[in-house]
Design a protein around this ligand. Structure first.
Ligand code: ATP
Ligand code: MG
Ligand code: MG
Ligand code: MG
Length: 484
């Protein structure tokens, strides 16, 4: 048979039912230790955090093979799996046959069995998934995305694929990557001197999607409840630890949902997937929790967080999110000691100011000390598609803010009334022609509807306790990311 047909994954070998049997494991050497009579090494195959301990008899192993067992080398090891006396492992493999699948020159292999800094590992993103930390992160990432699909499936939502190349810019925020087949250094021009997109592949100006929302709404107004889960692109020229140029967004859209239903759904979903992670990723989460605790110890006492990672996740599950209006939040912020002592970079002076992340984090981390849902923002600072409230000043927007993260969800009840939507778009300088298809949905069987966008990597930051968004996506794209 093929090599794979003989292999048993290390996750399964550690379960116990293979103990006593002849087995073959394959993986990469993590650690080795040799003495005169015995040769120990550990093998990790990515299927789980733990590595399998292998014991070899140097007298029975060809010199040539022994020499090539180095950290990073890929091996196939056959032998008997036996109960282990050693601490921290239940079984070990007594090797009778070791095959070198791929060598790793110890002089050149950058991942040695010691703790490397995240900065160093970011430089070698093509190898960092082979460390315990990144192995844990990407296994958790898999389970979380699976939980998200499962949640929506259980609730009767349909997954809808919205376009990645699109002519819609969602809000005209202007952070788009343009997609064109034209030579932009020497483009065809109209008689008026504008770039002539009629000659482009799509015959109009297109960009990579910044959100699937507008198209998602079309799905909701036909299928009832849909969600998208796809890549999203923003030419954010900010080097923050919370923004990527390419990130993944979960965007449900629901017909007949009002703002409160929207908030309930978002809160239920976040709790569901966090609970799922606690149940299905216990080993990896415990490892990351320990890691986060060590990091905390490096900080000065007053900056350390009161809770460990696992406690923080548990806490979120057990407490309802605080819900308050933008207007109430402004009052809290304006009257805060922080504002009075001018400790905010942007002081809160009047109703209508856009909240900065320092304000959001103050509310969540200092004032309420739990997740917060802020709703009913001033219309002037929010997008054209958000539903205007009775007061004529605010819209039915909601943002969910998480401790240590800031904004994790942004959503709203959508404006379903044709006239109101048309006027809002116009007042924001959006041409009717550009959103004709969107406006038309409000002329044919329009209904109240709502939706939100959850940044998958922001959720990953919260669940893993990592602090830089570049560490929770395998191949981060940011200004100047050179590799890949
Ligand atoms: P922020 O205020 O943090 O820049 P936003 O308000 O611009 O976010 P939205 O347009 O509301 O973002 O997008 C919905 C969600 O997508 C956000 O709540 C956030 O979780 C996530 N998100 C937005 N921009 C990014 C980005 N550049 N990288 C990673 N996640 C992002
Ligand atoms: Mg933004
Ligand atoms: Mg925002
Ligand atoms: Mg937002």
């Amino acid at each position: 048979g093929t090599i794979a047909s003989k292999r048993i994954e290390i996750r399964d070998l550690l379960q116990g039912q293979h103990t006593g049997a002849q087995v073959t494991a394959m993986g990469w050497v993590r650690n080795k230790r040799e003495s005169k009579n015995v040769f120990f090494f550990t093998l990790n195959d990515g299927s789980c955090l733990q590595a399998l301990q292998v014991v070899a008899d140097p007298a029975q192993t060809p010199e040539e093979v022994l020499r090539k067992i180095s950290v990073g080398a890929a091996l196939a090891v056959s032998g008997q799996l036996v109960a282990s006396q050693g601490k921290g492992q239940s079984v070990e493999l007594q090797a009778t046959d070791i095959r070198i699948l791929g060598e790793a020159d110890p002089e050149k292999y950058p991942l040695q069995p010691k703790k490397h800094s995240l900065e160093f590992l970011r430089e070698i993103a093509h190898l960092r998934m082979r460390t315990n930390t990144f192995g844990a992160i990407f296994r958790i990432r898999h389970h979380l995305q699976f939980a998200i699909h499962q949640f929506f499936n259980e609730r009767g939502f349909f997954n809808l694929h919205t376009p990645i190349i699109t002519a819609s810019d969602a809000e005209g925020a202007g952070e788009m990557f343009q997609v064109t087949t034209l030579d932009l250094k020497n483009p065809p021009r109209t008689p008026e001197g504008e770039i002539d997109y009629k000659q482009d592949f799509f015959e109009r100006s297109t960009n990579l999607t910044v959100s699937g929302q507008l198209e998602g709404e079309l799905g909701a107004l036909a299928l009832g409840k849909i969600y998208t889960f796809g890549p999203t692109f923003r030419a954010e020229n900010s080097n923050t630890s919370r923004h990527l140029a390419e990130f993944w967004m979960i965007e449900p859209e629901m017909a007949f949902y009002e703002l409160e239903d929207n908030m309930d759904l978002a809160e239920d979903m976040l709790k569901y997937v966090i609970r799922y992670a606690l149940e299905h990723c216990a080993e990896d989460l415990e490892f990351l929790a320990q890691r986060a605790e060590e990091e905390e110890k490096q900080k000065p006492q007053q900056e350390r967080s009161e809770m460990g990672l696992l406690q923080r996740l548990q806490f979120v599950l057990e407490h309802p999110f605080e819900r308050l209006s933008y207007t109430e939040a402004i009052e809290i912020l304006r009257n805060s000691q922080h504002n009075r002592k001018k400790k905010f970079q942007y002081l809160i002076e009047a109703w209508g100011t856009d909240l900065q992340s320092e304000h959001e984090r103050y509310l969540v981390e200092k004032h309420f000390k739990k997740p917060v849902i802020l709703y009913n923002y001033p219309a002037a600072i929010k997008s054209f598609y958000m539903r205007l409230n009775e007061d004529g000043k605010t819209v039915g927007a909601m943002d969910i803010l998480f401790p240590g993260i800031g904004e994790i969800v942004g959503g709203s009840q959508r404006e379903e009334r044709y006239q109101e939507l048309k006027e809002r778009a116009k007042s924001m300088g959006i041409e009717e022609e550009a959103i004709a298809w969107y406006l038309e949905t409000r002329q044919f069987g329009t209904v109240p509807h709502s939706g939100f966008g959850l940044g998958f990597e922001r959720l990953m930051l919260f669940v893993t306790g990592m602090t830089n968004i570049r560490d929770v996506i395998a191949f981060p794209r940011f200004p100047g990311s050179a590799e890949f």
